[in-house]
Design a protein around this ligand. Structure first.
Ligand SMILES: [Zn+2]
Ligand SMILES: [Zn+2]
Length: 267
């Protein structure tokens, strides 16, 4: 329920904000790609409910009550267990995103997120269902191994929902405010660079909530001129890739070349 409220509230706020004061002027195909993104999001929600809601509930009921996993080895108050769960999940999100850019097979699916030629709050939902299935399956052993807390997982998902809508929204905070925000969490400019069509830029800024991971692992980039960023991927600029079918078929058309190679070849 928390996640439903987070989705509805964040979409309402950021869609209104970007309609009133967009950072980049929206193009003519804006509503077409926004509707496609939203429809992909609905597909993922239905799939998630059908495939994983029951499995996750059973796993938590069976294995995560009492002291289990790595966190179970330490005596700590409940709030510390939840705080560590949030940190570890955010660290995992960073590496999972990075793997999606560095493993050719995973990039096939993740590039459907990067073919968006505009960014907006609905881009937060443009993930290929296969990527969602992989990430949901891989997170299960992680949860068990580390003994992550179910309350922490729900809280993380809720914060992530708002964070992802915020940094994908087509909004500008102004240079100083954006710099302050990105010193702690991923800001709109920080994530716009991740959606740039320049290999050096989209192979950076992988963080999901806390921005510190990019600093720690050496993938942080900044720009003084976010208005000059060209969004999307060079070889998928045709409008066909913005439709529901185009998004779903993106992994199966073209080679599994990693992004840097694909774009260098094209430019
Ligand atoms: Zn990415
Ligand atoms: Zn993104």
């Amino acid at each position: 329920m928390e996640k439903v409220i987070a989705v509805a509230a964040s979409l309402s706020v950021f869609i209104t904000w970007e309609a009133l004061r967009p950072f980049f002027a929206f193009g003519r195909g804006h509503w077409y790609r926004a509707a496609s993104n939203a429809f992909v999001g609905v597909t993922n929600t239905v799939l998630g409910r059908l495939l994983f809601a029951w499995v996750y509930a059973r796993v938590f009921a069976a294995f995560t009550t009492g002291r289990v996993g790595l966190l179970g080895l330490f005596d700590m108050p409940p709030w510390a267990g939840i705080a560590l769960t949030l940190l570890l999940l955010d660290l995992w999100s960073y590496w999972w995103h990075r793997f999606n850019h560095t493993v050719p097979f995973l990039w096939r699916f993740h590039r459907a997120h990067h073919t968006d030629t505009e960014m907006g709050a609905t881009s937060a939902y443009r993930f290929h269902p296969v990527e969602i299935i992989f990430s949901s399956v891989l997170r299960l052993p992680l949860i068990l191994l580390l003994g992550l807390k179910p309350e922490g997982l729900v809280l993380y998902e809720t914060i992530l929902t708002v964070s992802v809508a915020f940094h994908h929204a087509n909004i500008g905070l102004g240079p100083r405010a954006d710099a302050m925000v990105r010193s702690i969490i991923v800001s709109p400019v920080m994530h716009k660079l991740h959606h740039s069509d320049k290999p050096g830029e989209f192979s950076s800024n992988y963080s999901s909530i806390l921005s510190v991971w990019d600093r720690i692992f050496g993938t942080w980039t900044e720009t003084e001129h976010p208005e000059g960023i060209r969004l999307g991927l060079a070889i998928y600029r045709d409008n066909w890739w913005q439709g529901y079918r185009g998004i779903m078929l993106t992994p199966f058309r073209g080679s599994a070349s990693l992004p840097a190679k694909a774009n260098k070849a094209d430019s």
